[in-house]
Structures are given as structure tokens and as C-alpha cells.
Design a protein around this ligand. Structure first.
Ligand SMILES: [Zn+2]
Length: 255
């Protein structure tokens, strides 16, 4: 059984065939998916999906690149939706310095506010951090993010940074990048991190693994990621599936 801990099935890339695709996941061994909100609009569509499918869960939050849209009313709305039992985490939240906008101060302010929200709602966090390693870690330490726990999604930093987050009890999200020829850094992190701290994710429709790199991604591609992790760890595929399944259940506090 495979747990896709980070997907965006509300994305317009799935407009044409969403229902059929989702209906076929169970037969392919994909037995749980967490759909992740990234803007206020996608939090709404994420909630609708999680209400519709019994095996789909929701994380609600505003992505750093969308954080300029946030205001007190938006934050309050997210907070209220967190009472819904299908909402298992706050995210994706964090910092993204790859893009110029919004300015860092705006990203930081709403990152901190959403960390506060997670603490208040006693929910784990789904972190997005790109080209912002130091500021992300500084804020998470200052805010005692280890109290909430959660996942560093699409982990893109090196072993040193991995150690910091593992010491704080965070999971590392691993997806298609681990199969890329230029994915050496992530392969080293997977080798270094205990399997009990790794969760599978697609970030679909993005980041399709080899041999489907560049095409639209979906949870159906996760066996390629499982294969690569199994090879790096020197264990069989079943072990990777089983342990990462249990990790996904622990991450989102499901039983
Ligand atoms: Zn995402």
C-alpha cells in the first residue's frame, strides 16, 4: 500500500480525467492521498476533494509564493476549516526565495502566522522551502516547530540540513527528484536518513519521476520512486511501501 502524502489533484492539469484517474488509484495500490492547499482558492477545492473521497485527506495553508493574498480574514477562514476532521495538517507553508515575489518579509510574516495557527489547532505542518534553507530553519527553531511536527516536503537540501530536521522529529518528503540523473544530493539524503523518517510524495502534477520525467505526474508513478529508494537503501520494495505507509499514517495522525 502506498501513501501519497503530497498531491494537488485539484490542479487544472487534471480537469479532463480527474474522476477516472482517482477511481483507479486503489487498484494500483495507492490507498491514501493527502491533497495540499497552496492558495485560499485551492484550499477550498482541496476540501471538496477530501469530502468526496473517503481515502483522501486535506492540508490547508497558503504557499509562500501566494502569501501576498493572505489577510486576517483569510487566516481566520483557514482556522475555522481546520475543525473539519479530514483536515490533517497546515500547509503548504514556508519560504520560497527562488521567485522574486512576494518580498521575503511578507513570506516570513505569513509563515510565522500559519505556524501559530498549526500550534493553536494542534496540527502537524507541511513545509515548502526552496532556496531559503537558513531562514526556514531559523524561523522553525524560533517558533519551536518541533512541537507541531510534520514534513519537509520535496526535500531539496543536503545532509547537514536533513540532520537538523531529523533531530527535530520531522519527516522528509521524497518524490520524483530522487530518480533524476541530477538528483545526487537527494539520493545522498535518502541514504543518510532512516527509512522511518521518509514519506512518499508526488507533488503532482509536477515532478514526474524517470521514465516519465517532464510529463504530468500522478500517484501512479510512485512505484518508480519506491524502486529507487529500495535500491539506495538495499531493501525490497515491499519494505519501502510498508514503512513509508506507516510513516504517512503517523505524519497525518491517522490509524
Ligand atoms: Zn506542493
Amino acid at each position: 500500500m502506498i501513501f501519497d502524502t503530497h498531491a494537488h489533484y485539484d490542479d487544472e492539469a487534471f480537469q479532463e480525467d480527474r474522476e477516472g484517474l482517482l477511481a483507479g488509484l486503489k487498484d494500483a495500490g495507492i490507498c491514501a492521498v493527502t491533497n495540499i492547499g497552496a492558495s485560499l482558492a485551492s484550499c477550498k477545492t482541496t476540501l471538496a476533494l477530501a469530502e468526496r473521497y473517503e481515502w483522501m485527506y486535506a492540508a490547508l495553508g497558503v504557499h509562500p509564493s501566494e502569501s501576498a493574498e493572505l489577510d486576517e480574514a483569510g487566516l481566520l477562514w483557514i482556522k475555522e476549516q481546520c475543525n473539519n476532521k479530514k483536515v490533517r495538517a497546515v500547509g503548504e507553508i514556508g519560504l520560497d526565495y527562488y521567485w522574486e515575489e512576494p518580498e521575503h518579509e511578507i513570506q516570513k510574516r505569513w509563515f510565522v502566522r500559519q505556524l501559530d495557527l498549526a500550534r493553536e489547532r494542534k496540527l502537524p505542518i507541511v513545509i515548502h522551502s526552496r532556496d531559503a534553507a537558513k531562514d526556514t530553519l531559523d524561523i522553525m527553531k524560533a517558533e519551536k516547530a518541533e512541537d507541531m511536527g510534520g514534513v519537509i516536503h520535496c526535500f531539496s537540501y543536503g545532509k547537514e540540513m536533513a540532520r537538523e530536521y531529523l533531530n527535530m522529529g520531522f519527516f522528509l518528503g521524497v518524490g520524483g527528484v530522487v530518480t533524476f540523473n541530477n538528483g545526487k544530493k537527494l539520493k545522498e539524503v535518502v541514504e543518510y536518513a532512516p527509512l522511518s523518517s521518509i514519506v512518499l510524495e508526488t507533488d503532482c502534477p509536477y515532478l514526474s519521476p524517470v521514465p516519465n520525467r517532464g510529463k504530468r505526474n500522478s500517484s501512479l508513478n510512485l512505484p518508480y520512486v519506491v524502486d529507487m529508494i529500495a535500491r539506495i537503501k538495499g531493501v525490497d520494495r515491499e519494505t519501502v511501501e510498508q514503512v513509508t505507509w506507516e510513516n504517512g499514517m503517523r505524519l497525518y495522525r491517522l490509524s
